[in-house]
Design a protein around this ligand. Sequence first.
Ligand SMILES: Cc1ncc(COP(=O)(O)O)c(C=O)c1O
Length: 436
Amino acid sequence: MIKIGKKIKGVIERDKNIIFTTTRSPYPFVADRFDGYYAYDVEGNKYLDFSTFISIYNFGKEGLELVKHAVKLQAEKLMHSAFQDFYAELPVTAAEKLVSLLPSGFGRVFFSNSGTEANEAALKFSKVFTKRQYSIAFYNAFHGRTMGSLGLTASKSVQREGFGPFNSTIHVPFAYCYRCPFKQEYPSCGLACVDYIKKYPLGKEVSPSEVSAIFIEPIQGEGGYIVPPKDFFKEIRKIASDNGILLVDDEVQAGYMRTGKFLALDNFGVEADIYTMAKALGGGLPIGATITRKSLGDIPSGSHANTFGGNLVSIAAANASLEYMMANESRIRNAVRSNGAYIMKRLNKMEDDYEIVGDVRGIGMMIGIEIVKDKKSKDYGIEEREKILNNSFYNGLLLLPAGVSSIRIIPPLTIKKSSLEAGMDILEDSIRNANK
Ligand SMILES: Cc1ncc(COP(=O)(O)O)c(C=O)c1O
């Protein structure tokens, strides 16, 4: 059982006094140390990590050790090289590695420091490439919180409140089948959500010839771990291709083998025109990358740049993480397959056994459960979710929320079976308690 002592209370009190409000977990975790599987707080309490610190530490202890080593070496040599002004080899190597992992035809990489910046770049580039001003994004989407990407984000209204107007993005319904906005069922719906996009936003609000890009997340992350049906993105790709619109795939949270493939969109048999990446790409250091099809060309020199994109320490971390992933690809893929299947088996049983487990969904090891008041009403189980997160925390399991009442299950991909079982046992106990 986790003990909350003076040190934890002290840090939280000082934090509340001085740090700008941000999103915070309902439980008092004060991070001190992490070994790739287990996290420790400032009192020495030990936690099994099912959060990967928001989808960052995908490759467990082995991956983390390589990243740390690379970072130490690079920090000794040169940390910042003003990559926007001077040349350096390491970012070029990282870009070459990234492109080698993408479908053929990709060949231009822009480095930044975060997911939001990767999407800002995609937004700007797609406007320049197409000379069109509008973008399309989905309800429940999360693409970041700076002014451009926030226009794309429509996950929770609090994230946008007071910051608008955002007038160049049209939002359209995602295939959120558990809560279908059209109250239909897949597949008998015939993808009514796609029909709606064609008929209404693109039929009555904005001409497709004025749309530069459609932004997607292969699995909506922050919005609730929402997995669309297999053929959804094929239809979206078709709308884009038929109308000269670019498809931007935000892989920030779902990529880097989390779903068993480097690109989560590959699970849907669809290619994008621009990919955006961040999070686990840096193995724990800040990084963003925007990668475009070579055929789209370049943008005028000086029209987009930053200070820290291509920072050598972040790039060294990304290179180490990518090298680990490439060298261990089949082992990681197998781990994702068997760990993911185990998590799903346990969660499907919980869905049968507990009234508050409304929906279980995911691909590979990007898995979410939606907590409800009861299965019939599907009313959001907000308090129930909080109980589950808290109870898990006090029993030594770190979990993160998503959407209105969902929970992310995103352990390190290479987690040991025994740890996975232990974590799922804690989660099930917490669900059982909240279900009472
Ligand atoms: C899919 C997706 N895109 C973009 C972002 C924004 O990334 P960052 O917080 O690094 O700006 C996130 C962050 O959670 C994300 O999940």
